[in-house]
Design a protein around this ligand. Structure first.
Ligand code: R5P
Length: 305
């Protein structure tokens, strides 16, 4: 393993310390000293106890639940780092908060993704390293250097271990089609398209499937699982159409609201998610299988100049 430069320091917020530690370990480093805690009124206290003047500092923080709190923690950490005169500050955000709000649907809605990009810019970051944004075009809001990593290769590796036969990849909605197509091509199987509408934020209705699923094993691929409404809708439809064993794979395991209850009741074999989000123990039901993206982030930090 190439030793990483002593001019690099990795700090972690509280959202995903296990991933931050794994990234540091991959690089033969330890996390830098940094105290992050809450006052009794909920405000955040940060103290950087590391010598960082003239160094490049990587601040690892996911925008996971509670998103607003973790975002604020990140901004405060960046400000504390900047005051110690580092050479550069890189925000490492495995799961970008509000990643789905990169467009408005009706007048009067906020464009929250753009706001967060502006806040990071104002806080003074030089670069961002993220994984699987919702839409690649959302990167246009970043007024700093950016690197978007993909979970594709680690997920593909896990799927190959399944040794499935007679299976298809299902794209749960229009937005997921390009990525699902990539999975299908890589695995050498057909792509089945599913057409989704929503009446409420956390419920999905699958209008129809385009492609043959009867008697087949299925891999549904998406970028995130949030309330599991999309997955529940697709699984119902697949069962109606007599699909066999169903697997699901995605990058971000948000798992909010009714997700765990839905997953527990769902007739699905496995839910493969990465560790961009630190999933609490009470949500880690046996059908959830974790794959780590630490190596991808470690390599991005190693290569960063
Ligand atoms: C939507 O555009 C995304 O790609 C996911 O399909 C969606 O975020 C999943 O959310 P939920 O699990 O709440 O249906």
């Amino acid at each position: 393993m190439n030793q990483v430069s002593s001019h690099k320091v990795i700090l972690s917020g509280k959202s995903n310390i296990p991933l931050a530690k794994k990234i540091a370990k991959e690089l033969g480093m330890s996390l830098g000293k940094c105290e992050v805690k809450e006052f009794s009124d909920g405000e955040t206290y940060v103290h950087i106890g590391e010598e960082i003047k003239g160094k490049t500092v990587y601040v690892v923080q996911s925008g996971s639940i509670p998103a607003n709190h973790h975002l604020m923690e990140l901004l405060i950490m960046i400000q504390a780092v900047k005051m110690l005169q580092p050479k550069r500050v890189v925000a490492v955000i495995p799961f970008f908060p509000y990643r789905r709000m990169e467009k408005t649907i009706k007048p009067g809605e906020s464009l929250t993704f753009a706001l967060i990009a502006d806040l990071l810019h104002a806080a003074g970051i030089d670069k961002i390293i993220v994984m699987d944004l919702h839409k690649h075009r959302s990167k246009r809001f970043f007024k700093f250097q950016r690197k978007e990593l993909r979970a594709f290769s680690v997920i593909i590796e896990r799927l190959r271990q399944k040794k499935l036969h007679n299976f298809v990849v299902v794209a749960p909605d229009k937005g997921s089609m390009p990525e699902s197509k990539r999975y299908a091509r890589e695995l050498g199987v057909p792509l089945v398209k599913s057409f989704k509408t929503r009446k409420k934020h956390d419920e999905a209705i699958i209008k129809r499937l385009e492609g043959d699923v009867r008697g087949k094993d299925i891999i549904i691929v998406d970028d995130e699982i949030n309330t599991a409404g999309t997955l529940a809708g697709v699984v119902d439809k697949l069962k109606q159409e007599q699909a066999r064993n169903i697997y699901f794979a995605c990058t971000h395991g948000v798992l909010s609201g009714p997700a765990i209850e839905r997953l527990s009741q769902m007739r699905i074999r496995e839910v493969i998610v990465t560790d961009t989000i630190d999933i609490p123990h009470d949500k880690l039901i046996p059908k959830i299988k974790l794959v780590s993206v630490a190596h991808s982030f470690a390599e991005a930090i190693r290569e960063d100049r």
